[in-house]
Design a protein around this ligand. Sequence first.
Ligand code: FAD
Length: 812
Amino acid sequence: MVGRRTVIIGAGVVGAAIADELSALGWTDIVVVDQGDFPATGGSTSHAPGVVFQANGSKAMTDLARYTVEKFVALEHQGESCFIQVGGLEVATTPERMAEVHRRHGWLTSWGVEAEVVDADRCVELHPLLDRDRILGGLHCPTDGLAKALAAVEAQIERAKSRGVRLLPRHEVTDITVEDGKVVGVVTNHGEIPADIVVCCAGIWGPKVAALAGVYLPLTPLAHQLAWTGTVPALAGQTEEAVRPVLRHQDADLYYRDRYDQLAVGYYGHRPMPIDAHDLLPVEEAEVMPSVLEFTPEDFEPAWEETNLLLPQTAEAKIEEGINGVFSFTTDGMPLLGESKDVSGFWVAEAVWVTHSAGVGRAMAEWLANGYCESFDLHECDVNRFEDFQLVPEYVLERDCQNFVEVYDILHPLQPMDSPRAIRTSPFYLRQQELDAFFLPATGWERPHWYDANKGLLEHYQVPQPNDWAARYWSPIAGAEAQATREGVAMYDMTALKRLMVTGSGATAFLQRLTTGNIDKSIGSVTYTLLLNADGGIRSDVTIARLGKNRYQVGANGALDTDWFERFLPQDGSVAVTDITPGTCCIGLWGPKAREVLSQLTDADLTNTGLKYFRAAEINVGNVPVTAMRLSYVGELGWELYTTADLGLRLWDTIWQAGQDHGIIAAGRGAFNSLRLEKGYRSFGTDMTFEHDPYEAGVGFAVKLDKGDFIGRDALLRRKENQTRTLACLTIDNPEDVVAGKEPVFAGDRAVGYVTSAAYGYTIGKGIAYAWLPLEVASPGTEVEIGYFGKRISAVVTAEPLFDPKMTRLRG
Ligand SMILES: Cc1cc2nc3c(=O)[nH]c(=O)nc-3n(C[C@H](O)[C@H](O)[C@H](O)COP(=O)(O)OP(=O)(O)OC[C@H]3O[C@@H](n4cnc5c(N)ncnc54)[C@H](O)[C@@H]3O)c2cc1C
């Protein structure tokens, strides 16, 4: 097999990794082109100091980094390894950072990377230049270290060349030829190269190269300061390139590495310095290289002052060289990977650090060769994950600059960016503001987490106080709203969830092929089902309501679902997929008194026989035509009520008014999260992702193997028989011990899994944490511990759901 004709644009560390990995999978008809000389092309890789820290809140990013470390350790160039495994040390100079060190240690433990929290003495032992009195301790990860980026580029390209891949340096891509929405080749300054697949690995030039294909790439090149000292007298005579761990001092936005008797100092504390990809200089015009801008010493002054304090012996040295080196930032800090939804055959692997490069190479190669990536869960990295508003250059620039500013900050999982805010607002926004909602953004939507207007509920309901970290972006009011929902009736704004309309004569067959469930049921049926990748991994969970013979409303998770559907649309035009999210809205009306409220407003039969659980009907609520679906993510009687955006405010007011005599409240996402975990309802992206199959995730009930073929079915048959882990429900007795997600779970001293979602269950009176665990420790009654900021929290595996297992409330 030679694979498809492939052109990789860019011979940096990303392009090289893809050429190596893809050729290893048998694709050899590959040309790598680069506008610069080889191997120092002038891109970001040419001057990267190669510092590799694997700790990351994203499991996928740590997995990609670990793969890179393991590959580079074994990869040789001119007889030497491409990785110097000196370890990594992140020091804390404040109590907040020390707590963060514990949290980051928890991530590494969760994702299976050995690391240790060490005290200040041990930090100094590891890195003797440190001032013992300035630090409180640190995180030591022995497998971190220094990637020799250029050596790795050469080694990977050499290997690829030995398999038949061609490298063309000094070939600038000046155009990309697209015919009928498909790439057919690239034009270079030395002629054309036909291609079925073009992979854009152009780094900071990515937006410019993508534009040649008519694709907008949401990333911003930003300059970042990197300086080198002269000889540090205390290091004089060091003959090895590096002996001390790579060092991070995140309280001051700094990192360090050895270079023989000198140190490199990297700095993120300066003002953001974005540059337009189109303004980067051509190779021959750039003084040093196109990705290197002139050093601005005044921006670096605080970095050097702080360095002299942290590493006092550096005061005897001077900064001798410095650059403002440019690399890519994105709106959410994650890479951009995959095939463009706009141009078939145009793939990108952009905004990738050296740290993750080889992992990304592997991931892209699998994805290209097999149609899916089995080694990594890429849902957070997919280039098609963005909503339209996230592809507006003004938004991209602001967010990317903010991500640069926050790159080393301690960020709470719920912490929003201050700006831009209120980009998307539901029709209920005005009323929510009147009720003093506390909003947090969800894919740009302002979504209430609780309403201060509900403060009075605290006189009726006990709400325990969680620990300080869990108490951020939280209010006891959320706990009261949860309890009030279980006892009375509440309105939840569900507008932020993605809604697609799938229509046409081919719609039924189309959905049957894409989903695991049987959706070919009577009009009015609602089905909870899954989208799978070809390897049986969960792509998404969706709720499909059949509203007509050829008309289905799909409750989905995000832009990746739209993209997935569109990729499988039949050529004959028999199916149309429309994103109706922006033009519609939804209120979840839930609680034991929901029927009393709604029945005042409609002639429709709302009884258990009239509109059964998991059935939908078009009804009128007051003056408002509504699609009512009898479902509830919070586990109470009630309906999701959908209408068009223009009628949303009217719908809210109508229900609000009718609910007054029944004590109706508006309730927010804080209550919602707690209620859904009491019911054991999984959330895609948190509890289950591409790497999990339905059986282990506890949603096997949504798979109908006997319905005929569907995407992922064959793989599922194999996976079903080989379960080794499961998504288990843990409960925690101490109400203060509310955890956040991503914490490691221990059986004795052994880290065995990690937490996905967590909340306090106000009805059951216990903390809840869902966690991936090996089967042998997942039986109810098994006692485990959760690592939380360095302490151990006792938890017990508990049979689920924790609330109303007989479903009497939902069916009531
Ligand atoms: C100062 C600095 C310090 C850094 N430190 C670290 C670190 O310590 N650890 C870490 O993990 N990461 C670090 N990074 C980030 C890292 O260097 C980059 O993310 C990474 O090198 C990007 O690799 P790439 O292959 O995507 O891009 P590049 O290396 O920039 O490669 C892109 C290639 O595309 C070519 N190209 C562009 N346009 C065209 C065209 N039209 N035709 C043909 N060829 C084209 C370019 O010539 C270039 O060779 C640092 C970056 C900087 C700037």
